[in-house]
Design a binder for this molecule. Structure first.
Ligand code: PMV
Length: 322
């Protein structure tokens, strides 16, 4: 039996802008996708997700339970590397990462799945192959992914991401008196739709959009400076500016803005969309001593799904268990 797990992520700065080559800053969090592989001898490939459903392929015959067809993009990972001398595989996906919420659930699952498959075939984890395989599934899920999600899941920690080949794992420590909260807006969204909306606006309003993208690039430089100096008040302010830019490119939404306003009014340092926007989770930066007050205020307004997330330095992890 092989067990592989990988973390989800939050984007601190630069979502969407990264799709056009502006660097972005992402952080792996302590919510993980876990994939367990069992070799069987019934000639069946089974993908079983507690949350999504079950997909089974025996010869050419498919069986789908609940929303198991949503697991199909993951087959590209398995098809390519699935070593035919395995007579069957029973794969269980068990993820703590909310789906379709901007927390990199598909990226983390793709990385854990790829990691396990590569380990099964080669006996070791070769990061380049794992990332390449995960990107195949991500391209089906998200149409034009920058690759930031699977990269952060693979590496863990704080990632300054430029493109599929260029990234840095930063060594800044997040102090223990700083917390990150994520709040579920309750609005479902789809990354590919949000990305398309932004790219269409870019084409229509190129001159203005280019200026906004330049500002997003400046913002990253400033954010790295403030992180280096541990100035979290300034970092919070930069998050609000980033939110303003996300609004300008078309991915803000009223419920999200409401949560951000509540967070800031009750003492948070900063707040913004994390991930594609138009729904999903809102990210809040808050001093530990004010965390309870901020969470209480937001909860009172009916947003009960609030999670405190921590920095996770550990990326993909694969073990063989008997
Ligand atoms: O899928 P999400 O919501 O985690 O968003 C990914 C970040 C985007 O910049 C919007 C898209 C991308 O591929 O970088």
């Amino acid at each position: 039996m092989i067990v592989a797990d990988a973390p989800g992520k939050i984007i601190l700065f630069g979502e969407h802008f990264v799709v056009k080559g502006v660097p972005a800053l992402a952080m792996a969090i302590n919510l993980r996708a876990r994939v367990v592989f069992n070799i069987t001898n019934n000639n069946c490939l089974v993908l079983d997700s507690r949350i999504i459903g079950r997909y089974e392929l025996c010869g050419h015959s498919e069986r789908i339970e609940r929303k198991g067809d949503l697991l199909k993009p993951y087959l590209t990972i398995i098809d390519n590397e699935y070593n035919r001398h395995h007579n069957g595989l029973y794969i269980v996906i068990d993820s703590q990462i909310p789906i379709g919420a901007g927390l990199g659930s598909s990226g983390a699952t793709s990385i854990a799945l790829s990691g396990g498959i590569v380990f099964l075939n080669k006996g070791c984890v070769d990061k380049t192959t794992v990332y390449g395989l995960a990107m195949k599934a991500e391209s089906i899920f998200h149409s034009k992914p920058s690759g930031i999600d699977p990269r952060t899941s693979l590496e863990g920690g704080l990632i300054l991401y430029r493109d599929q080949k260029r990234f840095d794992k930063l060594s800044y420590r997040i102090p223990s008196d700083i917390d990150f909260l994520i709040v579920n807006s309750g609005i479902p969204r789809k990354t590919s739709l949000a990305v398309t909306k932004v790219l269409n606006r870019y084409e229509r309003q190129k001159k203005i959009m280019q200026k906004i993208y330049e500002a997003a690039e400046e913002l990253i430089i400033e954010a790295l400076n403030t992180l280096k100096h541990g100035d979290y008040t300034a970092l919070g302010e930069l998050m609000l500016i980033n939110q303003g830019l996300l609004n300008a490119i078309g991915v803000s939404y009223p419920v999200g803005e409401k949560i951000i306003k509540m967070a800031i009014d009750s003492g948070a340092l900063g707040a913004k969309i994390t991930g594609a926007g138009l729904g999903g989770y809102i990210l809040i930066l808050v001093e530990k001593e004010k965390e309870k007050k901020v969470a209480k205020k937001i909860e009172e307004e009916g947003f009960k799904d609030i999670i405190k997330v921590n920095y996770d330095h550990r990326g993909l992890h694969v073990v063989s268990e008997s």
